[in-house]
Each structure stands twice: as C-alpha cells, then as structure tokens.
Design a protein around this ligand. Structure first.
Ligand code: IMP
Ligand code: MG
Length: 181
C-alpha cells in the first residue's frame, strides 16, 4: 500500500508513528467491542469529515450489527494549529431523537470539536451519544470529554496520514506519521 518510513508533506518532514498493520489490528478490536456493546440495538454512526473518512470506512465495515451511516463536516485547523473556532460545514442529519449515536472522528485533540458536536446532538434527545476516535492527545485536551472507544493515545505532536492532513495534503497515506523535529 502506501507505507514509506518517512514522508514530506508540503514543506515539512514526518516520520512513521503507527503502521498500517498496527492500525488495522486495533480497528478490528474496536469494531468487535462496538458490535458487542450495541448487540440487538440499531446504531447511528456519524462520521466527522474530512479527517475521519478512512478510519470511518475501516471501522464500519468490521461492525457486525445493523448500522445507519451519515456524516457531518467540521473545520478548525489552519496548517499546524487549531484556530479554536469550530465551524460546521455540513449540517447534522435531522431526527436523532431516541437513537443510539456514535460519533466517529480521526482524533480528539483540544476537544473543542467534540464539545460542540455533543452539545448540538444532546438537544435532539438521542437515546445515547458516544465517541470513537482513532487517536487521542490527552495533554492537548481542554475539555472533560474523552473518547469512549479509542485506537491510540499519542503525544501532543502534529500527525498526518490515514485521513489526517497537513495543509490539505497527506490524507492518502495508509500509516500515521508524526512531525520530525
Ligand atoms: P479538536 O482540537 O479536538 O477540536 O480537533 C479538531 C480536528 O483537528 C480533528 O478532528 C482533526 O481533524 C484536526 N487535528 C487535530 N490534531 C491534528 C493533527 O495532529 N494532525 C492533523 N489534524 C489534526
Ligand atoms: Mg477533523
């Protein structure tokens, strides 16, 4: 696939952090856990574009219960930094009332995106709301929210690949890379 040890994206150098094989193994475990936890329920899985697209597909195709799929779109990053302002570029699906909702995002970083998403969903009175992320930077989190299903905890370093971008590039790599010093 698309697995070099080092890559250059735009003007920055990145080194391998998580391989395609490690990621695939972990996603399989997450999907199994979700299938067990929501057994005999219908689950509405909402992906957060753009960063979650690859993780979303790899996760949902391994889930063995019936799921409804939909997407929202947020943006907050410019280059290497979160602007702190979260925009919804694509609105929520209507009528989440009574549904079991699982939000799927690439990473929980400052937590501001998920906080805003969670508050938007709660007002529709869903049966439950949980979060699955592939990555989590605990030291960057400014909120009390944490992923309910998590792939990997990582240091507070900028990462690309497997859906995550730097300046709109690098999402296509099938491994995850961190910024080199
Ligand atoms: P938040 O800071 O938790 O609100 O995360 C907002 C969004 O920023 C995430 O969904 C990612 O799309 C993006 N993001 C956060 N950290 C990184 C990173 O290290 N690399 C690329 N994108 C990131
Ligand atoms: Mg995102």
């Amino acid at each position: 696939m698309n697995n070099p040890r080092e890559i250059k994206v735009h003007d920055k150098d990145f080194e391998l952090l998580l391989s395609e094989a490690e990621i695939a193994e972990r996603i399989e475990q997450m999907a199994n856990q979700i299938s067990v936890d929501y057994a005999n329920k219908e689950l509405h899985i909402i992906g957060v574009l753009t960063g979650a697209f690859m993780f979303y597909a790899e996760l949902v195709k391994r889930i063995t219960i019936n799921v409804r799929v939909s997407f929202i779109k947020t943006s907050s990053y410019q280059g290497l930094k979160s602007t702190g302002n979260v925009h919804f570029d694509l609105a929520f699906p209507a009528k989440l009332t009574g549904e079991h909702v699982l939000i799927v995002d690439d990473i929980l970083d400052t937590g501001r995106s998920y906080k805003k998403i969670y508050n938007e969903i709660r007002v529709q009175n869903p049966a439950s709301v949980k979060l699955a992320t592939l990555l989590y930077k605990p030291s960057a989190n400014t909120t009390t929210y944490k992923p309910n299903y998590l792939g990997f905890e990582i240091e507070d370093k900028f990462v690309v690949g497997f859906g995550l971008d730097y300046n709109h590039l690098g999402r296509n790599y099938s491994s995850i890379y961190q910024l080199k010093k």
